[in-house]
Design a protein around this ligand. Structure first.
Ligand SMILES: [Fe+2]
Ligand SMILES: [Fe+2]
Length: 289
C-alpha cells in the first residue's frame, strides 16, 4: 500500500470577524482548479472513501430533522443543530461532491446518491435515537469522534494539496461539533446525573452501530455504481471493504479517538487506565474490522 508524505497545507484567507475569531470557511475558499488530478485520479481507495463520505454528509439534513425534534424542549441545542451543525455538515457534503466530480467526472454522483438516499432515508427515524436526551448527546460524541478521526486519516493519506486542505477544514469542524455535543451533554447531565454504566452503554451501542450502518450503505452504492462504469476492474464488494478497512486502519489515530470517547464518562484518572484497553479494542474492531 502506498504511504504518502503529508502535504503542506495552504493557510486559509486571513479574514477576521470584529470579535477576533476566524470566520467559518466557505466553499469559495477551496480552489478546485488547483487540484493536481494526476496525483489522485487512480487512487481507487480514496475514491471510495471520499464518495462514501460525500453521501453521508449530503444526507445530514434527514438526520437533523430527527434530532431537532428530539430536542424540542432544549431550544439552545435545537437552534444550534438547525443553524450551525446542519449547514456545516451539508457544506462538507457539497465540498466533497465537487471534489469528487472534478477528479472523477465519469462517476454519476447524482444517480448513485439518489440510490443511496432511497435506502438511507428509510433508516433515519426518531426510533434510532437514544430515548434519553443526555444519552443521545453521548452517542453524538461517538459519531463526531468517528468523523473527526476519519477526516484526520484522509488528510494524512492525501498527497493532493487541495484534498489535504479540504479535509483539514472538515476535521476542524467535526472536532468543534464534538465539543458542542459534549458541552450540551454536561449541561443536561448536571441534572440527570446518569450512571457511568448507562453512559458506557450508550457509547458501546453507538460504536457498534457505526460498524453496520451509514458507511456500509454508502460504500455499497458507490461500489455498485462504479462496477457498472465501462472499463472498470470487477472486484467483489467484500474485497473492497477489506482493503479499505486495512488502508484506513493503519493510519487511524486511535489514542486520540479513545480519549474523546472516554471524556463523557468523566472517570478519575486511575480508572481510565482500566477501561482504555477494552475501549481501544472495541473502537479498533469497529473502525477496522
Ligand atoms: Fe461532517
Ligand atoms: Fe459533524
Amino acid at each position: 500500500m502506498d504511504r504518502f508524505t503529508p502535504p503542506t497545507l495552504t493557510p486559509p484567507p486571513p479574514l477576521r470577524h470584529a470579535t477576533g475569531k476566524s470566520p467559518h470557511w466557505t466553499l469559495d475558499w477551496i480552489d478546485y482548479s488547483r487540484i493536481q488530478i494526476d496525483v489522485i485520479h487512480d487512487k481507487v481507495d480514496l475514491f471510495y472513501l471520499l464518495v462514501s463520505a460525500s453521501f453521508i454528509e449530503s444526507g445530514s439534513d434527514t438526520y437533523t430533522r430527527n434530532l431537532v425534534e428530539h430536542y424540542d424542549a432544549h431550544p439552545q441545542i435545537s437552534d444550534w443543530l438547525q443553524h450551525q451543525w446542519e449547514p456545516e455538515e451539508l457544506q462538507h457534503g457539497r465540498a466533497l461532491k465537487t471534489y469528487v466530480q472534478t477528479v472523477w467526472p465519469d462517476f454519476d454522483w447524482d444517480a448513485a446518491y439518489a440510490a443511496f438516499f432511497d435506502e438511507y432515508s428509510r433508516l433515519c427515524t426518531v426510533e434510532e435515537l437514544e430515548d434519553d436526551r443526555a444519552l443521545e448527546l453521548v452517542a453524538r460524541c461517538v459519531v463526531e469522534t468517528g468523523t473527526a478521526t476519519y477526516y484526520q486519516t484522509l488528510r494524512d493519506l492525501s498527497a493532493e494539496p487541495v484534498l489535504a486542505e479540504l479535509t483539514e477544514h472538515i476535521r476542524t469542524d467535526e472536532v468543534q461539533h464534538y465539543k458542542h455535543f459534549y458541552r450540551y451533554f454536561k449541561e443536561l447531565n448536571a441534572e440527570r446525573k446518569l450512571s457511568r454504566a448507562r453512559i458506557l452503554g450508550a457509547l458501546r451501542r453507538r460504536l457498534l452501530e457505526l460498524r453496520t450502518s451509514d458507511s456500509d450503505i454508502a460504500l455499497r452504492h458507490v461500489w455498485a455504481f462504479r462496477q457498472a462504469m465501462p472499463g472498470v476492474d470487477q472486484e467483489p464488494f467484500e474485497r473492497v471493504c477489506q482493503r479499505l478497512y486495512q488502508y484506513v486502519g493503519a493510519q487511524l489515530p486511535m489514542d486520540q479517538a479513545v480519549k474523546m470517547l472516554l471524556k463523557p464518562l468523566a472517570l478519575p484518572h486511575r480508572m481510565e487506565h482500566f477501561i482504555e484497553r477494552p475501549l481501544t479494542h472495541l473502537a479498533r474492531r469497529v473502525m477496522t474490522a
